[in-house]
Design a protein around this ligand. Structure first.
Ligand SMILES: [Zn+2]
Length: 86
């Protein structure tokens, strides 16, 4: 199993911090094969959850359908091509 390479922090256009709700203050980056999102406004940081990991996570964490839908919406913002027309 190979880990994806680390990436520098990159702002996500239109992303909103789940903690302070600041827009355009959220950065994405990858460390040790794990994708994180962090807020430069309040310092909030959390691990990103992708669909391929849901099955594993559901065995150890009870999540509501609403929470899963929210996470999916966040992942969609991370389209590398979405910033070109913005
Ligand atoms: Zn924040």
């Amino acid at each position: 199993m190979s880990l994806l390479p680390d990436t520098p922090k990159r702002f996500v256009a239109g992303a909103k911090c789940p903690q302070c709700h600041a827009v355009d203050k959220v950065v994405m980056f990858r460390r040790g094969g794990v994708q994180y999102q962090a807020c430069v406004s309040c310092g909030h940081q959390e691990e990103m959850v992708f669909e391929k990991n849901f099955r594993e996570l559901e065995t150890r964490v009870n999540r509501t359908a609403d929470e899963r839908r929210d996470e999916t919406a966040v992942v969609r913002l991370v389209d590398p091509d979405s910033g070109k027309s913005g």
